[in-house]
Design a protein around this ligand. Sequence first.
Ligand code: ADP
Ligand code: MG
Length: 899
Amino acid sequence: MEHLIGENWHALSVEETLELFESDEIEGLSPLNIKHREEYFGLNEIKQKNKETKLKKFFMQFHNALIYILLAASFITFLLGEYIDSSVIFAVVIINVVVGFIQEVKAQEAIESLKNLIDTNAIVIREGKKHEISSKKLVPGDIVILESGSKVPSDIRLISVKDLKVDESMLTGESLPVIKNIETMDEKTLLNDRNNMIYSGTFVTYGRAKGIVIATAKHTQVGKIANLIHESVSLQTPLTRKISQFSKLLLYIILLLAAVTLAVGLLREYSFVDIFMASVALAVGAIPEGLPAAVTITLAIGVHKMAKKNAIIRKLPAVETLGSVTTICSDKTGTLTQNKMFVTNIFTASSLYEVKGVGYEPKGEFLLDKKVLKTIPKELYETLLSSYLCNEAYLIQKDKEYEISGDPTEGALIVAALKMGINEYEINKAHKRLDILPFESDRQYMATLNEDEEKQINEIHLKGSIERVLPLCSNMLSQKGTKKFNLAEIENEAKSLASKGLRVLAVAKKRVEENEIENSRLKDDFVFLGLVAMIDPPRQEAIESVKACKTAGINIIMITGDHALTAFSIAKMMNILNKEDKFEDTALNAKELHELSDTQLIEKLKTTKVFARVEPEQKLRIVDALQARGEIVAMTGDGVNDAPALKQADIGIAMGKTGTEVAKEASDMLLTDDNFSSIAKAVKEGRNVFDNLIKFITWTLPTNLGEGLVILFSIMLGFSLPILPVQILWINMTTAIFLGLMLVFEKKEENIMTRPPRTPSTPILSKELLIMMLTVGFYMLISSTTIFEYYINKGVNEEYARTVAVNIFVFIEIFYLFTCKNLEKSTFKINPFDNRYLLYGVFLMIVLQILFTNSSLLNSAFGTTSLSLYSWGLIVLVSFFIIFIVEILKYFLFYKKRN
Ligand code: ADP
Ligand code: MG
């Protein structure tokens, strides 16, 4: 099969290519050929080489200031002959590196595995039929069909094109779309100029194409450079960046303090070994080792929870940003509404018909003035016939259930047309389609050119928005043949249907001589046939989510290509607008939007909640204006032209089902169910993620502060160290894992969706929390030092006194952990035991402390010893006291907030 691997396909004609690949434009590849080629070429996917990056990632874990300090400490203690300390410190380095490595790889894999949920599909022709298959299953010789928004799934020689434009910037760096054709080219043509070829990984931004797959997987052009473009997931977010800045600052402070300690110690004529160990203790104590890992894990868990709720995070920072979203701009059709459309009314000449029926089943009556029609009037028939012909949807029957394949708007028209009892086979035969201009949002209409076999004429059937179609009409069909067209009258009729929340399309046709639709032929002279109105009911759960978002202080804006009156009416049904809101203040048309200056738009956004007939380019303006108002904007989108707005928004949200690949690629988040309420759920998760991060930080930092202070004070005051470096390492490592990390599993706070969004510009830790952390840190210092001195004065040995001091630290952390479950509310007003992971963690931590105190192995490693029951009692008592301190603080710090 080697003859199918090559370079110069652009120099072969379409026929030669098809022949070589034993393929057929209409039939596709034979099943036998598909099978053989699947075996020979394998799956159409590019495997990225990950191995070296993993090794590199492992060694990158050592590249960390803290680890340097620890390694140096381990090395010097070794030289000083302190072998136990040296090996404990070294063990900590290894544990830190391994844990860090595993966390990072896991988090990364979790996020990357989400990519697999987003399978790209391709439309192929096999056995004469169109199939939608995973693009991984493509083999050379397959005939594929592409349309605007598709990602090119493999390297392809074009067979036919219709206005095809392709964005090849990812290959060539050239950002302007390239116009493609099918002419055979000179063999020497350079890759960038091969206009009869399209390449894997590029995007169709306009038009349609049919082509033959000539290379898959590693044989494609991107496949050949695959190892250059390993697209690894970045684990960085605004918060992690702030934390690493903070860590750096902290590091300098610590190094400075360690130097001071060293100097003071030497002046006081401590032994060098002791004073060196003290500086090391200070350094390792004051650095929050667990912080980066905890942040990554919290974010990864957030990503996982969101995925379960149909929101796939593509870029990690989105998890965090979601928590502070202040405005959500949502599409109407399909996101807020069900996208299950049913025709309810048809207006022709001067009659308004009602259409009955249940679901998609093509059965139902037509009513005029509440009376069932026995025969279908000509205008009604013609309206629905054109709607049927100018259509790309299908009605399919699956075990008695009817389903629509294709655009729901078109599906509704098919169902309505079939209710007339027409015979699809006959109709298709009698009206052969010669050409098509597919629906594009920015055009707002669709047209087909069909040959009427009986009358021997060609006709253009046109359907689309009233604004676009009605101006093209000069006559209309009535009972007595065609008559003069009254635009104003029809427009009024359309508006009255739209204000009921119905989606209204106008249908028209025109006789022509040509066999091709040229845009120029769509200028005038159409015969208006009728208006078709359909309902698209709001999603019930979206109505509830709108309410939830509003309570959470989030502003909802509806953006739609639909008519302003339709959108306004739906916005009222969904409570995006209040009952008393007026159309003039709250709804804006694309045209009006064009006329506004940027400053006027910013002003208008105070009250505007509905943008209608919006062109995708205008979405970008809306995002910009909202951001200029200081809003954090989430914006949904699905089309090719939505990409810039999705990128500009703080959270770009693409539709998983109906979205184009271009939109998905530009997005931060993807909705697998296209449902607005999944956005609301993701916001809720996002807020929880942020809450839990703050809780972790508030819980962990006081210990580092306390430890640092203990060392600093004892050196300054000339005491011996109440806790040793290895003991500090023990505290930090064990409590971070068994206590702190459990905060990641904290349930959502009650008021999570009733409080306003977090303002991103405010510091992560409020003044109140800083006060709380300082107080807890100082309490750790005072309690551990006092008790240590108390035991020393009593004459017990240092080992005993230190074991007590270490336990005080750990037990304060345990009790403090419970108060951190809610940073503002009293611990007595919440259920402190509702997080079972936290309870397991506390239990394990206590077991570890018992071992730390009583096992001879740990005794010799950490210089500890077993304690009397009295000492244990004292430890628990002193530690328990932290609860009262924090409660009193909470009362005073957040008193105002509660009242
Ligand atoms: P949205 O999805 O926000 O409702 P669209 O861009 O899909 O907006 O549609 C805009 C307008 O174009 C609709 O109000 C309707 O009048 C018209 N339209 C929608 N779908 C079709 C279609 N398949 N064929 C012809 N016209 C359509
Ligand atoms: Mg649409």
